[in-house]
Design a protein around this ligand. Structure first.
Ligand SMILES: [Zn+2]
Length: 492
């Protein structure tokens, strides 16, 4: 029997303490409609790529609606989100009765000016449009903030298991397989959620860090070793979205009863609660000057670069680290990949390769981003409208769009500056400019966990520094209004 399956997505991660709202034009630049979904997502490590892989193999007929992506920044604009939500609902209504199920991709940490859980509203609106019986399987980011209401509109929910998100495609496949089994009458999924009561800063949500690693592995083992159909997702939550359901959660999907699912979810949630102190401090965090000193010390004898991690940056343009590195005297070879500053790029492009330009570099996005650094830079390379397919494990096959991009040399520090905000997580930022990562002593990154797929095991050392920015490791300093109080009292 051939099933007809609709696919859609509405995706953004919102750090609500950032002052700017992401408007529709930004979403629109990351939006794909109709049959264009096929060429954009097939053979990529994306949720939609995973949907397509399983549906293609099954011979299902696919109804591609819309995938809108606002990236990761501050609040999502309410009007924009409402329009995309309506577009999905209208697309489903237009084909009412003509499809058997829906596969949906949401982030789970979207917030608008008016809605604290817009992903829940999207699911509810879709459910209202398609009726109570149509199977809706949703794939959600590991950094989702969820409670029972968030996923009430879904038949079953699936989260990425890992951060770095090397399994976004695999998560889409899990959701798609569950949908096909359900449509074939092989299973009747029941779902439950448990919340252990812990808000984890993103920097500590890396699934290679213990004890998180063993909890993530337990969720995976539940899913693959259980006799019947079982799928357990552990969600790290997103500490920088100030919402009532901020924090970790566990979702279990079983071919059985809601009570069966709840028992599984609660078992893993209890493990999280038991390890909460260790989960909240799994790696050392240094202040900036201490971290740089340590990095220089290691770099003196290392044959590979030290990663200095300015992880509290939420907009890829913070300058706390860059400013401190420019003040260094001595021979350290430093790389600063993917600093976001479209105005600086425009100036550098106009000056051309080989020119010297005076720039106020970075730090424009928000007051706590460190402010612009006045520099005189040599323009080493200009790349107009730079777009490429990622080669790292997480971005494998995915389109990475940077807009006009330049490589600058500022007092020997190599800085690639982008027009579109994109975090540097793998070796592509070096390869795109013909640079060899091994040629540097210190590489300043702004990633939280995703860099580990390329850099853990490669870097001589990973040094986490906390800066006075929007995504600190010490979340007790954040001006929360909505996040549950008992869950944010940990030292972080
Ligand atoms: Zn994530």
């Amino acid at each position: 029997m051939t099933f007809r399956v609709a696919i859609a997505g509405l995706h953004m991660e919102c750090a609500t303490f950032l002052p700017h709202v992401t408007a529709r034009d930004v979403f629109e630049a990351g939006t794909v409609r109709g049959a264009r979904l096929f060429e954009t997502f097939r053979n990529s490590n994306t949720v939609t790529g995973g949907f397509l892989k399983v549906l293609d193999a099954s011979g299902a007929e696919i109804v591609p609606l819309l995938h809108a992506d606002g990236g990761a920044a501050g609040l999502a604009d309410q009007d924009a989100v409402a329009k995309y939500r309506q577009e999905i609902v209208d697309g489903l209504r237009a084909q009412a009765g003509a499809f058997d199920g829906l596969l949906l991709h949401l982030h789970g940490a979207m917030v608008t000016q008016d809605e604290l859980d817009p992903d829940a509203r999207t699911l509810d609106a879709i459910r209202a449009a398609v009726g109570p019986d149509l199977p809706i399987m949703v794939a959600i980011d590991y950094h989702a903030n969820l409670d029972a209401a968030s996923i009430a509109g879904a038949t079953a929910a699936f989260g990425y298991r890992y951060s770095p998100h090397i399994d976004m495609g695999a998560t889409g496949e899990r959701a798609a397989r569950c949908l096909l089994k359900t449509l074939a009458g092989e299973i009747r999924p029941a779902m439950a959620i448990a919340r252990p009561g812990l808000i984890l800063p993103s920097i500590f949500s890396a699934t290679d860090l213990e004890p998180l690693k063993r909890l993530v592995d337990k969720a995976r083992r539940h899913s693959v070793e259980h006799a019947g159909y079982t799928d357990v997702s552990l969600f790290a939550g997103f500490a920088y979205a100030d919402v009532p359901n901020c924090g970790m959660s566990v979702v279990a999907v079983v071919d059985g009863t809601t009570q069966d699912a709840l028992a599984l979810a609660e078992e893993l949630a209890n493990d999280v609660t038991r390890y909460r102190d260790a989960l909240s401090a799994p790696a050392p965090v240094y202040d900036l000057s201490e971290g740089i000193e340590k990095a220089l010390d290691i770099a003196r004898t290392a044959d590979r670069p030290v990663v200095l991690l300015e992880h509290a940056d939420r907009a890829n343009d913070s300058t706390h680290g860059l400013r401190a590195l420019l003040e260094l005297e001595g021979p350290a070879r430093v790389a600063v990949p993917f600093l976001w500053d479209p105005a600086a790029v425009t100036t550098a492009v106009a000056a051309g390769e080989g020119a010297e330009v005076a720039l106020d570099l970075g730090g424009h996005s928000a007051p706590m981003a460190g402010g612009p650094v006045p520099v005189v830079a040599r323009v080493d390379a200009v790349r107009r409208d730079l777009t490429y397919r990622g080669t790292g494990a997480m971005r494998a096959g995915s389109e990475v769009r940077l807009g006009d991009t330049v490589l600058l040399d500022v007092e020997g520090i190599k800085i690639s500056v982008t027009s579109l905000s994109q975090s540097a997580i793998d070796f592509d930022p070096f390869l795109q400019f013909g640079l060899d990562p091994v040629a540097f002593d210190i590489v300043l990154l702004r990633s939280k966990t995703h860099f580990r797929a390329a850099w853990q095991g490669f870097a001589a050392e990973i040094i986490i520094v906390d800066t006075p920015d929007y995504g600190p490791a010490d979340i007790s300093s954040l001006p929360y209004r909505y996040a549950p109080i008992p869950e944010r009292t940990l030292k972080g």
